[in-house]
Design a protein around this ligand. Structure first.
Ligand code: NAP
Ligand code: GCO
Length: 262
């Protein structure tokens, strides 16, 4: 067996990626499929699940799609059991589903704040808790939480999102601490600013943020979803069996850079 296969093959592994009907989630699913994993994904919308299944098939991937809300613990537990029966025990969980609300803190309601925390922080806990027992019984597993620049930095209007993503970094470290003894590695990917529907409003022609972020990124560009695929394969594979509690930032150098000098 080649050293690449030895370390990076995901053959016979079942990967569940939440919210993977487009954007970062779909790109990560395609990467894990390319390494041999069987792909399971979910979304809130039956229509988006069906459309995504067609998209996966166009890429030669027979993905198993399910419709459930990641914040609904009863639904999550039921679907993890159903997936085990339909496809197999989840070996790799990617907590990708997420929302953002860009509202100044003084204008954000507590309900809006709680909604972001629910999807971006509570749901990764619910999903991780749901898959862990079978991973423990099977002798190990991989959990990858999709963090953010906002796991490390704040900015105006994203208080709930930054609180959630900062919490997700610490949840990653804590679950790594609790489950490392069971050969479960819990890590994060911290994307920089990536061109997806979520950042679409920030990239509109002439939007000042577009110019700002390019000036804050040593790579001098927005990231593409493909820029994240290698990190996902690494953290999902044997190559990272002794990496635990780590957030791998894939940000073009933003966190290392004070910003373009005037
Ligand atoms: P996106 O295009 O908005 O995709 C988010 C996905 O999550 C959508 O498929 C969405 O489904 C799904 N989702 C939301 N709430 C859900 C729920 N309650 N149950 C099930 N699925 C739910 O965002 P993205 O840019 O690909 O981002 C994916 C992840 O990366 C997010 O966690 C985001 O915070 C993170 N991230 C993004 C960037 C970036 O620059 N784009 C950078 C760092 C981190 P619907 O389409 O049906 O709503
Ligand atoms: C924003 C952006 C960011 C990105 C990402 C950066 O409004 O600042 O949406 O939050 O989504 O999280 O890593």
């Amino acid at each position: 067996m080649s050293i690449l296969n030895q370390f990076f093959s995901l053959e016979r592994k079942v990967a569940l990626l939440t919210g993977a009907t487009h954007g970062i989630g779909m790109a990560l699913a395609k990467a894990l499929a390319g390494a041999g994993a069987t792909i399971v994904f979910n979304d809130l919308s039956a229509e988006r699940v069906a459309n995504a299944q067609t998209e996966y098939e166009k890429s030669g991937i027979r993905a198993h799609g399910y419709v459930f809300d990641v914040t609904d613990e009863a639904a999550v537990n039921a679907y993890i059991e159903k997936i085990a029966g339909d496809v197999g025990v989840v070996d790799i969980l990617v907590n990708n589903a997420g929302i953002i609300k860009r509202i100044p803190a003084v204008e954000m309601s507590a309900a809006e704040f709680r909604q972001v925390i629910d999807v971006d922080l509570n749901a990764p806990f619910i999903l991780s808790k749901a898959v862990a027992p079978a991973m423990i019984a099977k002798g190990g597993g991989k959990i990858i939480n999709i963090c953010s620049m906002m796991s490390e930095l704040g900015r105006e209007t994203v208080s709930a999102y930054a609180a959630a993503k900062g919490g997700l970094k610490m949840l990653t470290r804590n679950l790594a601490s609790e489950w490392g003894a069971y050969n479960i590695q819990v890590n994060g990917i911290g994307p920089g600013y990536i061109a997806t529907s979520q950042t679409g409003p920030l990239r509109e022609d002439g939007h000042p943020f577009n110019t700002f972020i390019i000036g804050r990124t040593p790579a001098g560009r927005w990231g593409e979803v493909e820029d994240l695929q290698g990190a996902a394969i690494f953290l999902a594979s044997h190559a990272s069996d002794f990496v635990n509690g780590h957030v791998l930032y894939v940000d073009g150098g933003i966190l290392a850079y004070i910003g373009k000098q005037p």
